[in-house]
Every structure is written in structure tokens, then in C-alpha cells.
Design a protein around this ligand. Structure first.
Ligand SMILES: Nc1ncnc2c1ncn2[C@@H]1O[C@H](COP(=O)(O)OP(=O)(O)OP(=O)(O)O)[C@@H](O)[C@H]1O
Ligand SMILES: [Mg+2]
Length: 336
């Protein structure tokens, strides 16, 4: 039985403001499997962002056990924690948080540019990830020249740059109009289904949570409900990995509110069949992406990007031979 990617046990979190101590998370137990797509819903102030921040290693001030990607968050020292945040998780927020004076590609490659050992092919990798999210043609644009949906795609590309297994999103469609939000939701589904990303999304939108494998509802810091979306199958992307030699076995774990028997121990598909299905799905996605792109920027239609194959290659890069293409770009980066 594989270790869940996220395993929280008895998490409690308090905030203190002056004399007032607020109990924000109460005895939260949570397990999320690799390849799972989880939506966190709940009223404002129920603790959603607080929980997401703990998962992402942004907050160590809690009690209980918080294991994420094999690490115990509360035991990580500062440097280990920043390593964890840079490599194991990607974050996407409601307000895209892009740096205005950097191009889309520079925004995406920023962590690699600032690394102690800069990545030699950071720019190429940034463009490849931008292509993956459907805006390769916008790599050189400044954020001011991008639509809201395109900015959020840049932010998603930035989150994916270091090939994290886990993507954490806090109301990622909250700042987008309905159509653009829908396209971003479809992109998320594709990242889960095609690339095997594990996705945790805080959302107020029913249409986001309806695409998730599973929805938890927080109320006053407690998990009030934990519901599986029966018709959605977890781990299509993970299945592709299984065919390449790894195996995925979703754990059977009764949930607090609704004990359920999870019957997702999938038999690996025949490679040929899976490959065809994958190709068909990709073609469909490419078509959708094309439509999305056209709708988003009618003034400059772009060709649809084909999702590149997920590649498990290690992030090894040499310090010596990478130079930014433009000195100007490097100068701008250094001012940040
Ligand atoms: N830095 C802080 N200091 C003190 N209290 C805080 C802090 N951050 C959050 N809180 C409190 O913790 C509780 C949970 O906040 P949190 O941001 O997790 O809620 P949320 O569910 O994400 O809400 P929203 O949907 O409005 O974003 C709230 O009562 C909030 O006021
Ligand atoms: Mg919040």
C-alpha cells in the first residue's frame, strides 16, 4: 500500500491576535493519494487557506502530524522547508502574483534563475511549460499584455516549472470570468488526467468541485464532510506512469463521515489500448485548448499546443553553461 502523498493526523492550528486566541483548524485528519484531485470548500473563514498553507509548507506553526511527499513539515528546518516548497509543491493563487517587469517566460523560470546553481536551459524549459499550458506563443510578453486567463496560465506554468508532484491552488478561478475560469478548470483536469499531477484546490465554485475526484468541506476548522465523486476515476496520469514501470495502488481508508470502500485498485491497462486512449485524449485536449485560445484572444489566434509527454527525468542542471539569452533580461531579474 503506497504512502499517501498527504497524510495529516490531528492537525490543530491557533492564531493569536492580542489577547484573543482563535482555534482555526480542529483535529484535522486527511489523506490524499498521489494522482488525486481534491477540492476544499467551506464558508469564508472556515480554515481552507490555512489548511492549504500547511500542506504547502508555508506554515509550521501547528500541532499534529503533517506528512507531505514523504516529509514531516513541522520537523523541516528553514532550508529544508524552502527546498520542499521549491521542489515538491507548486502554488497557484487567485491573484496571479506575476512580476510586471518580467516576461511570461522569465516569470516562469524565476526560481531557476535565482537558484544557487542556475539551470542552464531554464528559458527553454519555461517555454516548454508555457506550451503545455497553452500559451507558448506568449512567452516573451509582459503580464500587462496578457488576459486574465493567460496570466493564470503563466502562474500555473510557474508552479509546474520544477516538476512538482503536488499542485496547490487557492481560489484559482476567483478572479476570472466564467468562460476563462472554465478553460482553467479544464486545464487542471488535464494536468491530473494526463500528467498525473496531484491537485488540491480551495474553491467557492461548484463547477470546480464537481470536476474533482473528492470534495472536503471545512466548517469552523473541522472537516464536516468528505465526499467522493463516484463517477470520476483517480489516477489516469498515474496509470500512465504505472505502465512505465511504477505502480499505483489507491489505499483503502474509511473516511470519518462516510465510510466508503474504495475499489480503485486498477488493473494496468494493456499498453496499446492505453496508448491509443492517451493519444485520443490528447487530441481532444489539443482541440479544446485551441478553442480556448481562440476564444480568449480572438485578435491573435494561436495554434493548439500538444501536451508533451510527462518526463520523469531528474532535475539536474549544471552551473557553468547557462547564460540568459538577453543581458537585459538578466539585469531586470536581478533588480527583483
Ligand atoms: N494571519 C492571521 N492572523 C490571525 N488570524 C488569522 C490569520 N489568517 C487567518 N486568520 C483567521 O483564521 C480563520 C481561517 O482563515 P482562512 O484564511 O484559513 O479562511 P478561509 O476559509 O480561507 O476563508 P476565505 O474563504 O475567506 O478565504 C479566520 O477566522 C481568519 O480570520
Ligand atoms: Mg482563503
Amino acid at each position: 500500500m503506497p504512502e499517501p502523498l498527504i497524510r495529516f493526523k490531528g492537525i490543530n492550528k491557533h492564531y493569536r491576535t492580542g489577547q484573543v486566541r482563535t482555534h482555526v483548524l480542529r483535529d484535522v485528519d486527511l489523506e490524499v493519494q498521489e494522482g488525486e484531485y481534491l477540492a476544499i470548500v467551506g464558508t469564508s473563514g472556515s480554515g481552507k487557506s490555512t489548511l492549504l498553507n500547511i500542506i504547502g509548507g508555508l506554515d509550521r506553526d501547528f500541532t499534529g502530524e503533517a506528512h507531505v511527499a514523504g516529509q514531516e513539515i513541522s520537523k523541516l528546518r528553514d532550508l529544508q522547508l524552502s527546498h520542499f516548497r521549491n521542489e515538491k509543491v507548486g502554488f497557484v493563487f487567485q491573484h496571479f502574483n506575476l512580476l510586471d517587469h518580467l516576461s511570461a517566460a522569465e516569470n516562469v523560470a524565476l526560481p531557476a534563475m535565482f537558484a544557487a546553481r542556475p539551470m542552464p536551459d531554464a528559458r527553454e524549459r519555461a517555454v516548454a511549460v508555457l506550451e503545455r499550458v497553452g500559451i507558448g506563443a506568449k512567452a516573451a510578453e509582459l503580464p500587462a499584455n496578457l488576459s486574465g486567463g493567460q496570466k493564470q496560465r503563466v502562474a500555473i506554468a510557474r508552479a509546474l516549472f520544477s516538476r512538482p508532484r503536488l499542485l496547490l491552488c487557492d481560489e484559482p478561478t476567483g478572479n476570472l470570468d466564467s468562460n476563462t475560469g472554465q478553460q482553467i478548470i479544464e486545464l487542471f483536469a488535464s494536468l491530473v488526467n494526463d500528467d498525473g499531477i496531484t491537485l488540491v484546490i480551495v474553491t467557492h465554485e461548484a463547477r470546480v468541485s464537481s470536476t474533482a475526484h473528492r470534495v472536503i468541506q471545512l466548517e469552523d476548522g473541522r472537516i464536516l464532510a468528505d465526499v467522493e465523486n463516484g463517477h470520476l476515476e483517480i489516477g489516469t496520469g498515474a496509470k500512465a506512469k504505472a505502465e512505465a514501470g511504477k505502480t499505483e495502488e489507491p489505499e483503502e481508508e474509511p473516511r470519518a463521515e462516510e465510510p466508503e470502500e474504495e475499489e480503485k485498485a486498477e488493473e494496468p491497462e494493456e499498453p496499446e489500448k492505453a496508448e491509443k486512449a492517451e493519444k485520443a485524449e490528447k487530441a481532444e485536449k489539443a482541440e479544446e485548448a485551441e478553442k480556448a485560445e481562440k476564444a480568449e484572444k480572438a485578435e491573435e489566434p494561436e495554434k493548439a499546443e500538444q501536451a508533451p509527454e510527462q518526463d520523469d527525468e531528474e532535475k539536474a542542471w549544471e552551473p557553468d553553461d547557462w547564460e540568459p539569452d538577453e543581458n537585459e533580461a538578466e539585469g531586470r531579474v536581478k533588480q527583483v
